[in-house]
Design a protein around this ligand. Structure first.
Ligand SMILES: NC(=O)c1ccc[n+]([C@@H]2O[C@H](COP(=O)([O-])OP(=O)(O)OC[C@H]3O[C@@H](n4cnc5c(N)ncnc54)[C@H](OP(=O)(O)O)[C@@H]3O)[C@@H](O)[C@H]2O)c1
Length: 345
């Protein structure tokens, strides 16, 4: 959709198309009946915490946690789910007080109705071009058509604004959607949080617990950004309820070099971890090319070569998050590395 930029300044009828208020009889003795027709800001807008937040991807790992944090903060949550979604998360959301709306994500009209009245649309969907660019564009068009003032896209990553195009397939899609978002008449905020810390005890081949090594490429002293999924969700919920957020918010629950990872893994397990240098960054780049050629898996969201692209990006230092907005919501406690690494058995 092509957007026309809103023209600044009052329209002939009054501010922003609203009818012009009738003059009061006397500035010090306002006419109560007239005041009642023109509610004060506190009457017209609910307190931020009670705002309605529309959430796409609420049945996913991150999205479900964002929903919990929004509800804990007193927000009203409308979770948009695909028709026929029978995941247990749907029932949990209902029981916790969220409004669950089944909607056809291909239908901008239906999405517009579903976005009505929201203070912010938050996306936590996961996927490739059809989701990150196409679906989110329809959701964005719907949010704009419904007059929603704010949009948080499903970014939640290292700082792709600093990465060269072509260096990370999944993050290129986010940059492409971000350009559409920047052209839309809506206030956008991306949450950038580095790598999910929880991946260090699972999918990410960095801290290798079985052989007690920290695997790395390139230098040992490159600071890397990690944030627990739960903390990313807590921060996103707070940001969704904060009408003053800037275009980007950057957070990292922990900033650690591979030497820090080694020391922390050693401390929490009580067993000595060593370092294992697989090679220089040029070798990792070569392995990405070879792996992508041999096992392209074009429909997989996170094929091995894409995970390698992510690690390559991080070890170059280019997408390092700075400055950090960790202190923006003082009630959020950042899970330290040692707590997450201690859960690995
Ligand atoms: N920084 C990191 O290290 C890191 C790691 C992992 C993920 N992430 C990011 O975090 C975000 C959320 O990821 P996640 O792990 O929570 O994902 P997830 O658990 O796979 O959940 C994905 C959500 O998107 C919805 N969805 C997917 N395709 C859809 C479609 N075509 N139409 C409607 N809904 C659709 C799913 O709905 P259904 O229930 O209908 O399937 C689900 O609610 C993504 O941006 C992801 O890239 C970041």
């Amino acid at each position: 959709m092509q957007y026309q930029k809103a023209r600044p300044g009052p329209s002939p009828g009054g501010l922003g198309g609203l009818p012009a208020p009738r003059p009061l009889r006397h500035p010090l003795t306002p006419n109560r009946s007239i005041l009642a027709e023109y509610p004060t800001p506190s009457q017209s807008a609910p307190p931020a915490a009670q705002s309605l937040i529309v959430l796409a991807g609420a049945t996913g790992d991150l999205g479900h946690r964002i929903a919990q944090h929004l509800l804990q903060r007193g927000a009203r949550v409308r979770a948009l789910v695909r028709p026929g979604n029978t995941k247990p998360a749907v029932e949990t959301l209902r029981q916790q007080g969220a409004e669950v709306v089944e909607v056809d994500f291909n239908d901008v009209g239906a999405l517009t109705t579903a976005c009505a009245g929201a203070a912010c649309v938050v996306s936590a969907v996961s996927g490739l071009r059809d989701v990150i660019v196409d679906l989110q564009t329809r959701l964005l068009d719907a949010a704009v058509a419904a007059g929603v003032p704010r949009f948080i896209p499903s970014d939640y990553s290292i700082d792709f604004t600093k990465l060269p195009a072509g260096s990370n397939r999944n993050l290129d899609l986010r940059r492409e959607f971000g350009q559409r978002l920047d052209g839309a008449p809506i206030q956008a905020t991306s949450v950038l949080n580095g790598m999910f810390m929880d991946l260090l005890t699972g999918q990410a081949p960095v801290v290798l617990f079985k052989i007690r090594r920290v695997l790395y490429w390139g230098p040992t002293d490159q600071p890397l950004d990690f944030t627990a999924i739960a903390d990313t969700a807590a921060f996103t919920a707070a940001a969704a309820l904060d009408p003053t957020t800037p275009r980007y918010l950057r957070v990292a629950g922990a900033v650690a070099t591979v030497r820090d990872l080694q020391a922390t893994a050693t401390a929490v397990t009580g067993r000595r971890f060593g370092l294992l240098r697989a090679g220089g960054l040029w070798l990792l780049q070569l392995m990405i090319k070879v792996t992508r050629r041999l096992a392209p898996a074009p429909d997989e969201v996170f094929p091995p070569w894409q995970g390698m692209q992510y690690l390559h990006n991080m070890f170059t230092g280019a997408p390092k998050l700075a400055p950090l907005d960790n202190a923006r919501y003082p009630d959020i406690r950042w899970t330290p590395l040692r707590e997450v690494l201690a859960t690995a058995k």
